[in-house]
Design a protein around this ligand. Sequence first.
Ligand SMILES: N[C@@H](CCC(=O)N[C@@H](CS)C(=O)NCC(=O)O)C(=O)O
Length: 143
Amino acid sequence: MGFLNRLLGTRNRAGSRTGSSHPPASSTARAAPPPRAPKAPTPPRLPPGAAPPTGRESLVLYKFDSCPFCQRVQRQLEPLGLAQDIELRDTRQDPKARAQLQEETGRTQVPCLFINGKPLFESSDISAYLQAYSQAKASQGNA
Ligand SMILES: N[C@@H](CCC(=O)N[C@@H](CS)C(=O)NCC(=O)O)C(=O)O
């Protein structure tokens, strides 16, 4: 019965309430946390050896449309406000572009971003670079 009383929170023989382990509501009320300061954008991690962008570099992206890694990079361009900043060269539609890429780098892998004429491979590195480029470009506008 003691068990049932505890379960139902009914009074015991002495008349005191049993079963409830909750403290009075007032002691659980907490002060609202102070408002958080807005988060500053975290600078993206640049690939080793890549100079931090100024937002004024010349950018050329070698790509082809059915390449998922290229698609991932290209999807970023509009949201980062870079659609007009990058020249696109399609290595499937333009054999000269493919030959150029091979001549310059010894490879035909895409995506490859040329930054002031220097190639950067790997979509994740290119993405990090483009984020940093976009931030640099934005802070130029604010200066
Ligand atoms: N890990 C690379 C993979 C890139 C990749 O595999 N690209 C393929 C097209 S989807 C390619 O260029 N293949 C042809 C080649 O390597 O010559 C990245 O993330 O950029």
